[in-house]
Design a protein around this ligand. Structure first.
Ligand code: GUN
Length: 297
């Protein structure tokens, strides 16, 4: 049997449409246009593409987009000054500083300077703490998008065995907390895990976020499991001619598809969800800053 393919691209398009409706309603009923500021330091080619896509999609849902592109030589003080301005600007409801930052800038210090209410990435220690303690903060976009995709297949995760492979602050740790919040029994695996194959084989839900091409073998997967592949790895593809490349996930897709109940493809799975959830978080932030209840999305 072949797994159901979880179409993240279509799900993300639907979510952006709901956000667009929410934005229109907020404008109409309260005269507020949500604004998202994106800060890019340096010339990293992948980051430039992400920032351009964020700008375009922000405008497509009817929000204001404020992009700040700073040279790689920008010093920490200058960046902290910009964050301070954005924190104080009432037209800006969400602030995102594109990571990674150049090595001479202390990323933790920059993230801590963002007003937690405007931290639409959910990376500020206050928001990380609120997620940890079950409070109402901003939740990191990629793991929240993964949870939405999981629940599009299986709404009730109570008692399910969930395995998160990867322990980053951006994906692995918040993902584990979100799954625990849905009453799953959560295990976190990482580079020192002794028997990864054994852990994978027990998981009803698998979230792979390690950034290593196809490291999770299809034959390890529990039959019927929900598989969410966060990895986006570019590998060489000689079949596409000299210098050809293709994108693969952290899971060996072809063999995993034969065992899983549902699986996200790469590309077109988790990837498109991140920006859609970022826009959702910006809409939520704008509501909260206006003292309104959360939008129903
Ligand atoms: N770089 C890669 N992913 C992300 C993300 O989700 N947010 C930010 N700010 N930078 C990133």
């Amino acid at each position: 049997m072949s797994a159901r393919i979880i179409d993240g691209k279509a799900f993300a398009a639907g979510l952006r449409e709901k956000v667009a409706h929410g934005v229109a309603r907020l404008k109409e009923q309260h005269g507020i246009t949500p604004g998202l500021a994106v800060v890019l330091v340096g010339e990293d080619p992948a980051s430039r593409v992400y920032v351009r896509n964020k700008e375009r999609m922000t405008q497509e849902v009817g929000m204001r987009s404020f992009a700040h592109r700073l040279p790689a030589t920008t010093n920490e003080e200058r960046l902290l000054g910009l964050i301070d301005e954005l924190d104080c600007d009432p037209a800006v409801h969400g602030i995102l500083v594109q990571l990674p930052l150049p090595a001479h800038i202390d990323a933790a210090k920059v993230i801590a300077a963002i007003d937690p209410a405007k931290d639409v990435d959910g990376f500020h220690p206050v928001n990380a703490g609120l997620l940890m303690t079950g409070g109402r903060g901003m939740v990191p976009c990629t793991p929240l998008g993964c949870l939405m995709l999981i629940q599009s297949v299986r709404e009730d995760l109570s008692g399910a065995r969930a395995l998160v492979v990867g322990r980053s602050n951006i994906v692995g740790k918040p993902m584990a907390l979100l799954l625990m919040g849905e009453n799953a029994t959560v295990t976190i695996a990482h580079s020192r895990t002794r028997d990864l194959a054994g852990e994978v084989s027990r998981a009803d839900i698998l979230v792979a976020a390690v950034g290593r091409p196809e490291m999770i073998r299809g034959e390890w997967i529990r039959p019927g499991a929900i598989v969410i592949d966060v990895g986006i790895n570019r590998v060489s593809a000689p079949e596409k001619g000299e210098g050809g490349t293709r994108l693969v996930g952290d899971v060996e897709f072809a063999s995993a598809q034969m065992r899983a109940g549902a699986i996200t493809p790469v590309p077109g799975g988790v990837g498109p969800m991140t920006i859609a959830v970022l826009l959702r978080n910006t809409l939520v932030a704008a509501h909260r800053q206006a003292g309104l209840g959360d939008p129903d999305i």
